[in-house]
Ligand binder design. Structure first.
Ligand SMILES: CC(C)(COP(=O)(O)OP(=O)(O)OC[C@H]1O[C@@H](n2cnc3c(N)ncnc32)[C@H](O)[C@@H]1OP(=O)(O)O)[C@@H](O)C(=O)NCCC(=O)NCCS
Length: 169
């Protein structure tokens, strides 16, 4: 199966924050941002695998900055690493200054998607060949994050989490 670069799955979605999508402080509602990230990430996973994909887990979300009403929000998703049937997707969220057009990183998240066949059974996906330094960094840490996610989901025994054990040795 042909290897693909993160760039080949890159998905960018830009949209406004409307009043119906905000909390009482007039900032973007967290669940709305999670949904936007899920949509962009699922398209990235689909572009990488060219298969039906399902969200298996949300491994990490950091709401570092509030996103005010009226903001232009850009969600950028790329597959950072693929395993057998699962793909880690890294999502960066940017907001754009109205006057200068300058982009500021607001949030980030990491989702795991699984490629499935028409009956919902997991199916193999192409591997990832990272190119930039950041892509290589994210690729290298992905196995550790996969093991942590499986451990938290009760799908892996602590003694099998080799990457996590290595952190404390
Ligand atoms: C995701 C799903 C296909 C996994 O099925 P499963 O029976 O656990 O299948 P497997 O054990 O073969 O796991 C498939 C892959 O998912 C990975 N995986 C499963 N759960 C995971 C988790 N919580 N975190 C990270 N990876 C996970 C496995 O490690 C495996 O990866 P690999 O093949 O790359 O090594 C299945 O749980 C499912 O269909 N869930 C519902 C998905 C859905 O509807 N999402 C939207 C929610 S509204």
């Amino acid at each position: 199966m042909t290897t693909k670069t993160p760039q080949q799955s890159r998905t960018i979605m830009t949209d406004l924050v409307l009043p119906s999508e905000t909390n009482p402080l007039n900032n973007l509602f967290g669940g709305e941002l999670l949904a936007r990230m899920d949509r962009a990430a699922s398209i990235a996973a689909r572009r990488h695998s060219r298969r039906i994909v399902v969200t298996a887990s949300v491994n990490h979300v950091a709401f570092n900055r509030a996103v005010p009403l009226g903001s232009v929000v850009t969600v950028e998703a790329k597959v950072s690493r693929a395993f057998k049937t699962s793909m880690e997707v890294f999502i960066d969220v940017w907001i754009e200054d109205r006057e200068s057009g300058e982009r500021t990183k607001a949030n980030e998240a990491i989702y795991t998607f699984v490629a499935v066949d028409e009956t919902g059974r997991p199916i193999a996906v192409p591997q990832v060949e990272p190119e930039s330094d950041l892509e290589k960094e994210r690729f290298a840490a992905a196995l550790r994050r996969k093991q942590l996610s499986l451990l938290l989901a009760g799908k892996m025994k602590p003694q099998d989490a080799t990457e996590l054990k290595a952190l404390f040795e």
